[in-house]
Design a protein around this ligand. Sequence first.
Ligand code: C2E
Ligand code: CA
Ligand code: CA
Ligand code: CA
Length: 278
Amino acid sequence: AKRAGRNTHFFFNEGMREEAEQHLQLHNDILRGLNADEFELHYQPILNIKTNQIEKCEALIRWMHPEKGRVMPDAFIPVAERSGAIVNIGNWVLQQACKDMRVLLDADIDVKISVNRSVSEFHSENAYETWENIFKENGVDSHRFVFEITESLFMDQNSARVNVISSLRDIGVQFAIDDFGTGYSAINYLRTYPVDYLKIDKSFIQDLLIDEQDKTLVEVIIKMGRALGILVIAEGVEEPGQLEVLQQFECDYIQGYWLSKPQPLSQTVSICHEHMSK
Ligand code: C2E
Ligand code: CA
Ligand code: CA
Ligand code: CA
């Protein structure tokens, strides 16, 4: 790059230009990677701690990049959300999750798959038709899916989005609020939009045993869920002590390294079989 005009103004714009260029490169690389079949879904089991059954598995995307090795979602999802590539990613994820669902069912594993959806995927006009088609083409029952979304999806009354959500609910797709407690504190949307699950963010679970305030918040969220008829999932459970507290509060589900890290499908099948035979 030329070094002329080294003032902050120039620097600022140069930085922005470089960032835009990097984002465009990553965007193109994502589309290339999707074509080249470089993405994979790993699964993390979600345990119902009242029945001791693995009821769901959350699909988490990984990119097996030919040069960079395994790339984690935080390194490309935020850029994909801004560039629009998230729509391609999201459709691929649902497609792959449907195929994986057939593998699980063939192995006599009776679970739902929970997939992460970005708010920007709901902006596209034909989102519902596209997703419904993916279920149909794969011959997989849409009741077997949960969509994990963040609270921001409900923050403005966009009628197209509301229609997508209610059409999905009509065909049996359930909804979970991801990262609950970290975003907007207005919770009146819970009255307007029925949701099935709240996922308590792992930042609250991390300090559950040492921070009285976090412990109180976790207890309050679980009580609120119960009062509203919304099931509560605690994510990021790593230690037995955390599980004990969550059981004491009568939390419904747990997810985290204590039970299992996210694993490729074949290992997930083994983990579920092992758990079933206990
Ligand atoms: P998330 O939905 O909140 O997912 C939970 C993250 O916590 C995952 O990170 C998971 O591997 C990690 N985790 C699970 N158990 C534990 C634990 O016990 N301790 C700790 N410290 N971490 C735990 P991951 O896989 O890196 O995913 C990061 C984020 O990327 C996800 O956060 C989600 O927002 C996003 N993401 C992942 N897959 C997709 C996808 O297919 N589509 C979209 N739109 N976003 C995705
Ligand atoms: Ca999630
Ligand atoms: Ca989270
Ligand atoms: Ca998240």
